[in-house]
Design a protein around this ligand. Structure first.
Ligand SMILES: [Cu+2]
Length: 512
């Protein structure tokens, strides 16, 4: 029922090199023809060394700044295959009757309500068409010049999907191949235009917290008092290409700042609510022991400041969030973050640390609709999100703020779920977590060699893994329908592809 505008033009095609293979795996998992994910040279050819990440010597805390100009740090390496990839451009069509004719009716986004809408695509894009049976007669959809043909849907609301690569320019008919239906009105056009799709400017602020934006380890020191400043900023932020949302945040980013203390520290939290806020806000620390986790004493009106101090009694990775009614509304709008209470001496050192949180958004308009998006309270309380998001926005960790690392490095991801409602099955496609600290507990020994970690709302986990092979790895919630509602991240790993670990072809294929 959506126009899934998961279309993200690739500005730096080289960075997507290698993703294709992973997406192909996804398609295989979905039973789609692997041919659909064939590589295609689209956009500028890869330049050697462009797909660079911050070099190994860059400390995690510096990575964010360094990667702003990755090309300048290029070092020769094995150049990945010259491919780029567009995530699917998805259209939803529902069959129906209009003006006495059988037709397809557009659902969601720019084609909402349009009869036999023209589906606009750009050369090289992977097009997905979702077909929903709107009235219970037998239908299908065919784009015979590509060729692409759907299964037949029979019952009302029965649905199917097709996808194909828009590898030809021009206008191509889509139609229903059931006898007589095309003549009765069931036909429209797929229009494939030259060149990449323009990114629509949304006008909103970048509210995405860079996953490399977190303080370094504390390590060995005596406990002390640590001051934390949280500003409950409300601001219009970019939700997706062409859409915005009024986020409520801690310090203008989603998630809020990554806070890092050690066990035994006194944490003095100052909550300042700017005068231009509409709402009161507060903070509840799961790392605190005491009523409301601090929320009782931090209900803060616009223009006011409150302070609460708690002792970090237990080590672990904990969520904090706004706890002002409607709490679900405040959380969905972006008011959540993580605080790491390090055990004495800290966690085992790794080469890079990242900070990622998952949440949902409940908008009145369907996923992918352009323009200013508003909260839908009914969807919120009945748990029917339109968006699933890492770090607050669609494309946050794929387009604007991917994770970068180098082969041979050890990676740690501090992963939490703000929610407010959905448990994540956190997984990195193509990797195995060497160490998992389940439920964010750092007092038990980590669990070894794990594929997928369950993280509930208001919960967190820590995963460590060493990267043995270059390429692109994809962060997902393995409830993969959510990937079609915005939930994906890229970990771009620079370095040798290491054929000994995986290579195309039979076991005895010669090394490249
Ligand atoms: Cu709030």
């Amino acid at each position: 029922m959506r126009l899934l505008l998961v279309n993200h033009p690739v500005r730096a095609p080289s960075r997507r090199a290698g993703l294709l293979a992973l997406i192909t795996l996804l398609f295989a998992a979905f039973g789609l023809a692997p041919a659909l994910a064939q590589s295609h040279a689209h956009g500028a050819p890869e330049k050697a060394g462009q797909a660079k990440t911050a070099p190994a010597k860059v400390a995690p805390a510096k990575a964010a700044a360094e990667k702003a100009s990755p090309a300048s740090q290029a070092t020769p390496n094995q150049t990945p295959p010259t491919i780029s990839y567009h995530t699917p451009t998805t259209f939803t069509l529902k069959t129906g009757i209009a003006g006495g004719r059988m037709v397809y009716i557009g659902v969601g986004g720019a084609i909402e309500g349009k009869i036999n809408p023209t589906l606009m695509a750009h050369q090289g894009e992977l097009i997905q068409i979702n077909l929903i049976n709107g009235e219970g007669a037998e239908h299908d959809i065919v784009v015979d010049q590509f060729p692409a043909r759907s299964a037949v849907v029979v019952g009302k609301n029965a649905s199917t999907t097709i996808s194909f690569q828009a590898n030809k320019l021009g206008e191509f008919a889509y139609f229903c191949s059931i006898a007589g239906h095309r003549q009765a009105g069931m036909e429209g056009l797929v229009q494939v235009m030259a060149g990449p799709r323009e990114t629509m400017a949304s006008g909103g602020a970048d509210i995405v917290r860079d996953p490399a934006d977190l303080p370094g380890p504390i390590g060995q020191r005596p406990s002390k008092t640590v001051r934390v400043d949280l500003e409950t900023a409300e601001l219009v932020g970019r939700l997706d290409d062409g859409s915005t949302y009024t986020y409520w945040t801690f310090n203008s980013k989603v998630p809020g700042p990554f806070l890092r203390v050690r066990v035994g520290d006194m944490v003095e939290v100052h909550v300042r609510n700017p005068a231009n806020s509409v709402m009161a806000h507060s903070v509840d620390f799961h790392a605190a022991t005491g009523p409301g986790g601090g929320a009782h004493t931090t209900q803060t009106d616009p223009g006011a400041e409150t302070v609460v101090t708690f002792r970090a009694l237990k080590p672990g990775l904990f969520v904090y969030h706004c706890a002002t009614p409607s709490v679900a509304h405040h959380i969905t709008s972006g008011m959540y973050g993580l605080i790491l209470v390090e055990p004495e001496g800290g966690l085992p050192r790794v080469d890079r640390e990242f900070y990622v949180m998952q949440g949902e958004l409940y908008t009145t308009a369907s996923f992918g609709t352009n323009g200013m998006q508003e909260l839908d309270y009914d969807k919120l309380i009945s748990e029917r999100p339109e968006y699933f998001l890492f770090n607050g926005a669609v494309g946050s960790l794929t387009k604007t703020h991917p994770l970068y690392a180098n082969v041979g490095e050890t990676i740690r991801i501090f992963f939490g779920v703000g929610g407010p409602n959905f448990t994540s099955s956190f997984h990195v496609i193509g990797e195995i977590f060497d160490n998992v600290y389940p439920m964010g507990s750092v007092e038990a020994p980590p669990v070894k060699s794990v594929q997928t970690v369950l993280v509930p709302p208001g919960g967190a986990t820590i995963v460590d893994f060493k990267i043995d092979r270059g390429g692109n790895y994809v962060l997902v919630d393995h409830a993969l329908s959510r990937a079609e509602r915005g939930l994906a991240g890229h970990l771009i790993v620079d370095g040798p592809e290491n054929d000994a670990i995986m290579h195309a072809g039979p076991a005895d294929a010669p090394a490249r």
